[in-house]
Design a protein around this ligand. Structure first.
Ligand SMILES: [Cu+2]
Length: 617
């Protein structure tokens, strides 16, 4: 194996598995017939492409991960696709050729560009037809850690994604000796269309951690009855989990020996990218602190933590200084703790650190249904009866069968149309799960909405499910602060409230009760350079990573306006709210969606239209 190279001195390493000998130039690079690529096994790991013109080809093939085979979609014959390495200030032309027998696309996640090149079929361009080439061309106006992925169908689940790094003109604010990419994702031998179909027909199909009456979850019988009556489950944390998924580090399973070399005392930069379709990861390196220096590609004031949760689509750059041990495990547990992606920091090839066992699966709490008012995010169901009382639920009411309301009430406000079975207001006897009087009038009431948060509070300080009561330091959004001051610190002139809505049973997901329909939907409109405050209210029991294309917004996280952190994804915790400020200065039509692939596909998407300087509002 060749000497690892790194970004700051000798180039940026791809991080090869120890088992994988450095192959000769791949078939596509040798000018081989691309149809050959369609039958060969897709490689794990990635090469690097750079320069003013970059050619990318999207093709299908079989993937093999830890002995399991599945159909894959690859860029340039590998999963992840090649590292696209750009330089701030350059002009880039990317020729993307589609070798699939279906349409494809590439969305450049987090990049500022003319909307025609944002790569969302039906929103910004028609998509790339089979055997056609589409050329993306734009000036590179930023720097940092990003990624790219398909925005067509469910191709992202099959492997159509890759890292994208932009080197800054002015140099990095933090000097490091080594610079590595750790792109997290999932592999499944199942066809993503099959997964979507099963999610629609039975939401618990892939959740293997459903509590039974005999399991060891620390719940009393009453709590179990409450969850059962709501036909929800406190283990409803991930829609799809292991063993359906094998979690991947740069395309490699936890047993496939992904490693990054270091020399003790060096500063190592890890560019974490969550390129998964559905999985939140909790990332920690036992024995090492991580200094977060960037979020979603934007520099932040360095903040030291021991663990962080990375939402689907997010990127975090962290710096670690390994010394003392010959190896450190980079443990990336799925949020539901059904499995982990794994890599090693190794002081010599093959050096290994012990890998801690998966921690106990976390449980949803009543607070995750928007029922607690207090700052105590971590309370367990049944242990915070005071907080539950605030939500209008007390024990006398619970014993009052007459307060149960189902389909009849759920149908009111919907033109008298009774909601179908499964769409009724969940009730915990006296506890209305769907009190529509709590919603603003512009939210559509119908079968796509099965829960209304009673008292959604801002939870930007929530480190994420499963990390609320760990003993070490965990990142949360309130700890992020922009390194360079924001350009626009005007007071927002308008407040826009958007509700995240869903019907868990029927796997319908939406904004304001309206599932995305590219043809008929009315976009969210912003005037040119309008400064808007957007409040997202989560009326579901799942965390949703909400992503805006084409622009950065600033999280309203308690930092002064000039240093509110710039992001393009924000997680809205279950039953909670999250708020950001936005300057609408990128004209065009932009996708705005949940980055959980099957939620987006299930309807949680909208178009944001930013008017140009000459447009009439
Ligand atoms: Cu995206």
């Amino acid at each position: 194996m060749s000497e690892p190279i790194n970004l700051s001195r000798r180039g940026l390493i791809r991080g090869l598995g120890t088992g994988a000998a450095l192959a000769a130039a791949p078939a596509w690079a040798r000018g081989a017939n691309l149809s050959e690529q369609a039958t060969g096994l897709i490689r794990a790991g990635f090469d690097e492409v750079r320069g003013p013109v970059i050619d990318l080809s999207v093709g299908a093939g079989m993937r093999m991960v830890q002995g399991r085979r599945g159909r894959g979609v690859a860029v340039n014959g590998s999963v992840p696709g090649p590292l696209v390495r750009l330089r701030e200030g350059q002009n880039i032309r990317l020729n993307v050729t589609n070798h699939l027998d279906e349409d494809t696309s590439i969305h450049w996640h987090g990049l500022l560009l003319p909307f025609q090149f944002d790569g969302v079929p039906g929103v910004s361009f028609p998509g790339i037809k089979p055997h056609q080439t589409f050329t993306y061309e734009f000036p590179v106006r930023q720097s940092g850690t990003y990624w790219y992925h398909s925005h067509s169908g469910l191709q992202e689940q099959s492997g159509h994604y890759g890292p994208l790094i932009i080197d800054p003109v002015a140099g990095e604010p933090v000097r490091t000796d080594r610079d590595y990419i750790l792109l997290l994702s999932e592999f499944t031998p199942l066809h993503p269309k099959f997964i979507m179909q099963r999610l629609r027909t039975g939401e618990h199909y892939f959740n293997r951690q459903l509590p039974s009456w005999t399991d060891k979850y620390p719940m009393i019988g009453e709590e179990r009855r409450m969850w059962a009556q709501m036909r929800m489950s406190p283990t409803d944390i991930a829609d799809v989990s292991a063993p359906t998924y094998t979690y991947l580090a740069n395309g490699r399973g936890p047993k496939e020996g992904m490693e990054y070399l270091f020399t003790p005392g060096e500063k190592v930069r890890l560019r974490l990218i969550n390129g998964g379709a559905m999985t939140y990861f909790n990332v920690r390196i036992p024995g090492l602190a991580m200094t977060v220096i960037a979020a979603d590609g934007q520099n932040v004031r360095p903040v030291e933590v021991d663990e962080l949760q990375i939402a689907v689509g997010e990127t975090y750059d962290v710096v670690v200084e390994p010394r003392g041990e010959e190896a450190y495990a980079i443990v990336c547990e799925s949020m539901d703790r059904s499995g982990m992606a794994l890599a090693m920091l190794a002081s010599r090839p093959g050096a290994r650190a012990p890998v801690p066992a998966l921690r106990e699966p976390p449980l949803l709490t009543m607070a995750d249904m928007g029922m607690n008012h207090g700052p105590s995010d971590g309370c367990q169901a049944g242990t915070d009866h005071g907080g539950m009382d605030h939500g209008g639920m007390d024990h006398s009411a619970m014993g009052h069968a007459g307060m149960d309301h189902g389909a009849g009430k759920a149908g009111t406000g919907d033109g008298g149309q009774a909601a179908p079975k499964g769409a009724s207001g969940h009730s915990m006897k006296g506890m209305p799960m769907r009190d529509i009087s709590l919603l603003p009038p512009d939210v559509a009431i119908g079968p796509g909405l099965d829960m209304v948060s009673m008292a959604p509070v801002d939870k930007l300080g929530d480190p994420g499910l499963g990390l609320r009561d760990v003993k070490h330091r965990v990142l949360n959004y309130r700890m992020l602060s922009a390194l360079e001051p924001n350009a626009d610190t005007r007071e927002p002139s308008r407040l826009l409230e958007i509700h995240l809505t869903g019907n868990m049973e029927r796997y319908m997901w939406s904004f304001d009760g309206r599932m995305f329909d590219a043809v008929s939907d009315v976009p969210i409109r912003f005037a040119w350079k309008e400064r808007v405050r957007v409040k997202l209210v989560n009326n579901t029991m799942m965390a949703h990573p909400i992503h805006l294309h084409g622009m950065f917004f600033e999280l309203v996280n308690g930092q002064p306006p000039a240093h509110q952190p710039r992001k393009n994804i924000v997680t809205v915790q279950p039953g909670a709210s999250a708020t950001f400020d936005l300057t609408a200065n990128e004209p065009g039509d932009w996708a705005f969606h949940c980055h959980l692939l099957y939620h987006m596909h299930g309807g949680m998407m909208q178009i944001v239209t930013v008017m140009g300087p000459g447009d009439k509002p």
